[in-house]
Design a protein around this ligand. Structure first.
Ligand code: GLN
Ligand code: ZN
Length: 763
């Protein structure tokens, strides 16, 4: 059995990727340094692959995002940028980087949205019914020629079209046909250049593929298979029906055997289903089955003996060649556990990040190939899963009992929305089109420096608290001066909205170097939920009440919701997700009570990951949304006169509106600018009976929105939603922006709101 790995993180051990690209943006790194730096990073990745596994893809490296690259490869370039694309000899040569980054994050930025059910955001290729694709950049081929190793890597045509936007469903056949011709040309060139295989990712085939798409997909792959031998990868789930997949005439299939039906480890039932599919429909001996059996999405070590047994079962049933691989790209994992020197050994011994996954592939290969007698003598193998049982402190009876005694009413607010709305209006006395922000304000260099100084013990806790207070004082003043109605404290004490709470809750650990890319160069460190989650003391009350003491306007309490804490962490697999979610929800409920007791009238519970956690397959949605909605309701079970806000960004709202309604939040603020009103259209079709703040300012771009552009969005919204239910706000937190951008943008926002107020008061 050969080993194959893909998706190894491009970030680098020291986050070199981030530093290089951001350095280039700040003009501290020259274009040449950037190109050379990424080349070095890529060579290092290839060296790591090469040491650990037999084969791996080539061409995964990108200056920002793989979907953006594919869009450019296939000619989706605005006229203004097209000049910048020239044909070159190395993989990056054709790129005019200034033009490239304009599409990634500048004035011409493509919309950004979540990649399947992960926390990675990709850039959405803008195509239309009429798009004709052409090959302008043979990136994987150039990479293959440059590095002379591996298997050229591509995102597949079906996934590419399925994830692009701007066309009507009926145009899909012709778009796919046009794209297929381009892929065929590219594949042919790879084949002519001597590439042994081509790696094609089609994660969309693991979701719900509409029945009528299958004949199109078959046609596509018939054409592509003639051009080159393909390894076709699906992941994040298993395709609904193996037999249909096998009909694609490719050389091999890459399968994710872990995330089948939402499981967290390989299940015997998945193995048995695969075995019987292989018996029904044997693959040919010259075909390859790449079995994803080590987890690319979670960090718990693989049980090697059990997995080896599964591999043998499949090998026994399959005539095809078996390769051992990861399930889902390794890019969702931090680089190496070795960097976690300070972590509790009982936890560290249980973990496997990307490097350790490669080790597991190597060990599995040895385990399956060798006899069991030699495996017993293999010290490395023996040690891998030999960690002690979980320490007793990971279990907390109080929260388990609380969970066990929950009743139906614990998941409901005692008063209905109409009544709450009345009480809240009396209490808050807000104008029409009230203005607010989503929570964070610019995290300046100074804020980061002081936080690091505090963490490294260079300044004392009182000094740090004092600094945070000054920041809060400043941001409150700024908001009052601009004239915002509901204020925030700015979140200066928080490095990250999940990490902050993780740090304060029992049962969750942080890593030192466990960085993962969430989009572009943006990284975060997912916490690790390893035990029962318990709140031991208030987490936010001090800062919020201080902020409230500075103003007579309402100050929003700011919490991260249970589903988002779960989604952006690595989660234990020994209890059901729902239990972990509800444990976190109970901790947040206690926080809500404390904020209310301190006089806070508005509390926002952010749930940007509410949509992304949903399973890929629709038929599993009701089960997920049932526990996810309940988790939010448990956390937000506030008094009737407390106004509960929630915030979500980059969600595909249309599909989940009924569930959003079930959250029973009084106000929801959402993304609406980058998707150009698509979100608003969703509300056009499904009336939302509560208050809503469509984001009128795209915080992911440094551009300052004009008053007119904001007014235009608001007028459009006001045609669909009654004015007394509309809030005016940016579409996400402002922490990544600079003050110079934020101040004028918020002024424009307030001006736009007052213009709308005037327009509506005259009616
Ligand atoms: N309150 C958070 C902030 O403003 C929300 C961030 C998010 O939705 N991702 O930063
Ligand atoms: Zn947001």
């Amino acid at each position: 059995m050969k080993t194959y790995a893909y998706g190894y993180p491009r970030l680098g051990k020291q986050r070199e990727y981030k530093r290089l690209i951001e350095g280039y943006w700040k003009q501290e790194v020259t274009e040449l340094q950037l190109r050379e730096g990424l080349d070095r990073l890529e060579r290092e990745r290839l060296r790591i692959y090469h040491q650990a596994v037999d084969t791996y893809p080539i061409g995964e490296m990108t200056f920002y995002d793989a979907m953006l690259d594919h869009g450019l490869m296939f000619g989706l370039v605005p006229e203004a940028v097209a000049d910048g694309l020239r044909v070159g000899r190395s993989w990056d040569a054709p790129l005019d980087l200034a033009a490239y980054y304009r599409l990634a994050r500048g004035a011409d930025a493509w919309e950004m949205t979540k990649w399947f059910n992960t926390n990675y955001h990709y850039l959405v290729p803008p195509i239309s019914d009429q798009t004709e694709f052409r090959l302008v950049w043979a990136k994987p081929l150039l990479a293959w020629q440059q590095y002379q190793t591996g298997v050229p890597y591509l995102i597949g045509p079906y996934t590419f079209v399925a994830l692009s936007k701007g066309y009507r469903p009926q145009a899909l056949p012709q778009l796919l046909a046009s794209l297929t011709a381009v892929y065929a040309e590219l594949l042919r060139r790879c084949q002519q250049a001597g590439a042994p295989l081509v790696h094609v990712d089609e994660p969309a085939l693991a979701g719900d593929v509409p029945q009528e798409h299958w004949p199109l997909i078959r046609q596509t792959y018939q054409q592509l298979a003639e051009a080159a031998p393909i390894l076709l990868f699906t992941y994040y789930d298993t395709p609904a029906d193996w037999d249909t997949l096998w009909q694609l005439p490719v050389r091999g299939f890459g399968l994710d055997l872990i995330h089948s039906g939402g499981a967290a480890t390989v299940q015997q039932s998945t193995v048995s289903a695969l075995v019987s599919a292989l018996q029904r429909h044997p693959l040919r001996p010259d075909q390859i089955l790449v079995l994803g059996v080590v987890n690319g999405r979670n960090i718990w070590k693989t049980s090697l003996q059990r997995t080896a047994d599964y591999l043998r079962q499949i090998q026994h049933a399959a005539q095809a060649e078996i390769w051992i691989s990861n399930a889902a790209p390794l890019s969702h994992l931090p680089v190496s556990v070795a960097s976690e020197e300070k972590m509790e050994p009982a936890l560290r011994q249980r973990l496997a990040f990307a490097d350790e996954r490669l080790t597991e592939l190597r060990l599995l290969q040895r385990l399956v190939t060798n006899t069991s007698a030699s495996a017993e003598k293999d010290a490395e193998l023996q040690q891998w899963n030999a960690y002690p049982p979980p320490p007793a402190s990971w279990r907390q009876e109080t929260v388990r009992q609380r969970l066990a005694s929950l009743k139906g009413e614990d998941f409901r607010r005692p008063t209905d929305y109409a009544q709450r709305d009345r009480l809240q209006r009396q209490r808050l006395r807000l104008p029409l089109f009230p203005t607010t922000t989503i929570g964070s304000f610019p995290q300046t260099e100074e804020v980061r420096r002081m936080r690091n100084a505090f963490k490294n013990g260079r300044i004392s806790a009182p000094e740090y608290d004092q600094f945070i207070r000054e920041q809060i004082r400043h941001v409150v003043q700024v908001q009052e001066e601009i004239g915002l109605d509901v204020l925030v404290h700015g979140e200066f004490e928080r490095s990250d909205m999940v990490e902050f709470f993780a740090e304060k809750l029992d049962g969750i650990a942080l890593t030192q170097q466990g960085w993962v890319l969430s989009y572009g160069t943006r990284v975060y460190r997912p916490p690790i939920i390893y035990g029962d989650v318990v709140r031991t003391r208030p987490m936010t009350v001090q800062e919020i009440t201080f902020a409230q003491s500075l103003t007579s306007r309402p100050m929003k309490g700011m919490l991260t919701g249970p589903v988002t804490i779960l989604a952006w962490s690595f989660v234990r697999e020994d209890v059901p997700l729902r239990e972990v979610a509800w444990q976190i929800a109970l901790a947040l409920q206690d926080e809500v009570r404390d904020l209310e007791a301190a006089g806070i009238a508005v509390i926002q519970i952010d749930e940007p990951a509410f949509r992304e956690m949903a399973p890929l397959r629709r038929h599993r949605w009701p089960e997920y949304f049932d526990w996810a909605v309940k988790a939010f309701r448990l956390a937000s079970r506030a008094q009737p006169h407390t106004q509960i806000h929630t915030h979500m960004c980059y969600s595909e709202f249309n599909e989940i509106l009924p569930y959003i309604e079930q959250l029973d939040a009084d106000v929801i603020t959402i993304e609406a600018t980058r998707s150009k009103g698509e979100v608003i259209e969703a509300f056009e079709r499904h009336s939302y009976p509560r208050q809503i703040g469509p984001g009128v300012y795209d915080v992911h771009s440094p551009a300052v929105p004009s008053v007119e552009s904001i007014v235009a969005i608001l007028r459009r919204v006001a045609r669909i939603i009654p004015p007394e239910r509309i809030w005016v706000n940016p579409d996400c937190g402002l922490k990544t922006r600079r003050w110079e951008e934020v101040l004028p943008a918020l002024r424009h926002l307030v001006q736009a709101a007052s213009q709308l107020r005037q327009e509506h008061q005259h009616r």
